[in-house]
Design a binder for this molecule. Structure first.
Ligand SMILES: Cc1cc2nc3c(=O)[nH]c(=O)nc-3n(C[C@H](O)[C@H](O)[C@H](O)COP(=O)(O)OP(=O)(O)OC[C@H]3O[C@@H](n4cnc5c(N)ncnc54)[C@H](O)[C@@H]3O)c2cc1C
Length: 260
């Protein structure tokens, strides 16, 4: 669609080009930016021209996912079964997944952003470039803080997402429910078996990822007692709460079976 308020477009080539002026927004795949009006946006800065590698092995055997990596590329990477399952949980078609980026999916901050689901599930770390030229690292589970809200400050750009080798290799599972077969996810629950027990992350039914691990034990029936449930046309909060509890139990059972 035409973005009537946008009067400038820049292709970023170096980090210095990411010095965003007031009203400039980073442009990744553009599948959301180009789909709805953004009256507050007066300029776009293309991140895809920075030439960030899609996928890079880390020296410790982990994986660094460039923020501009297309979802389809990650889904077919074979590095974790969760990547393909997460992509399948998205409402978007395979054609949109060729263009939509992993970073754009996370930065948009939708509760049903399945790249957030799987990366939070894998305890991934977000590498964030700050406007002063520095870098900070934050767990993906803490980067998304609400519906369409992230922890990113103005001018910050998500550079990459890193997953440890242990989490890539660990048994994992994903369960999802939606009101209709091809509808937007109402609840997505991802589980990974860790030496400290199952690590389970709830998304889509909550405004931000909820991690069930350690003190918040996914086996504890009270683990979800204080959770605030998301409310939108894709599912009523009480239904989401009931379905999430069921999915969490199924995910824990999946992980128990894989350990047996
Ligand atoms: C048919 C269709 C179905 C969809 N289904 C879903 C769905 O099921 N779940 C879902 O979550 N979304 C869905 N979307 C919304 C959107 O397309 C996806 O979230 C997509 O992954 C966004 O990625 P993008 O690269 O296109 O982001 P863009 O549209 O380019 O950007 C999205 C937002 O993130 C910001 N941004 C992008 N990259 C960065 C970065 N590296 N650092 C800082 N900020 C950044 C942009 O400024 C913008 O605010 C759908 C869209 C369509 C058209």
């Amino acid at each position: 669609m035409d973005l009537g308020t946008v009067t400038s477009f820049r292709s970023a080539r170096t980090r210095a080009d990411l010095d965003l002026a007031l009203g400039e927004a980073p442009l990744a795949g553009g599948t959301w930016l180009m789909s709805t009006p953004h009256p507050q946006v007066s300029g776009l800065v293309d991140l895809t021209t920075l030439g960030w590698p899609d996928l890079e092995p880390l020296p410790d055997g982990g994986l660094r996912i460039g923020a501009t990596c297309p979802i389809a590329t990650l889904a077919t990477s074979g590095r974790s079964a969760l990547f393909a399952r997460g992509a399948a949980a998205l409402l978007m078609s395979f054609k949109v997944q060729q263009v939509a980026t992993v970073g754009g999916n996370v930065c948009l901050g939708l509760p049903a952003a399945a790249m957030t689901s799987v990366l939070a599930g894998l305890a991934a770390t977000a590498v964030v470039w700050t406007p002063d030229g520095a870098e900070r690292r934050v767990p993906v589970a803490e980067l998304v803080v609400g519906d369409h809200r992230t922890d990113l400050a103005p001018g910050e750009v998500l550079r990459a997402l890193e997953v440890s080798p242990a989490m890539l290799a660990a048994p994992s599972t994903l369960r999802r429910i939606a009101l209709t077969e091809h509808g937007r996810s109402a609840a997505v629950v991802v589980g990974v078996a860790t030496p400290a027990g199952p690590r389970v992350v709830v998304t889509a039914s909550t405004p931000h990822p909820v991690v069930l691990h350690g003190e918040r034990d996914p086996r504890d029936p009270r683990a979800l007692d204080d959770v605030a449930w998301f409310d939108d046309p894709h599912g009523a909060p009480d239904w989401r709460a009931a379905m999430t509890a069921r999915l969490v139990a199924e995910v824990v059972a999946d992980l128990d079976r894989s350990a047996a």
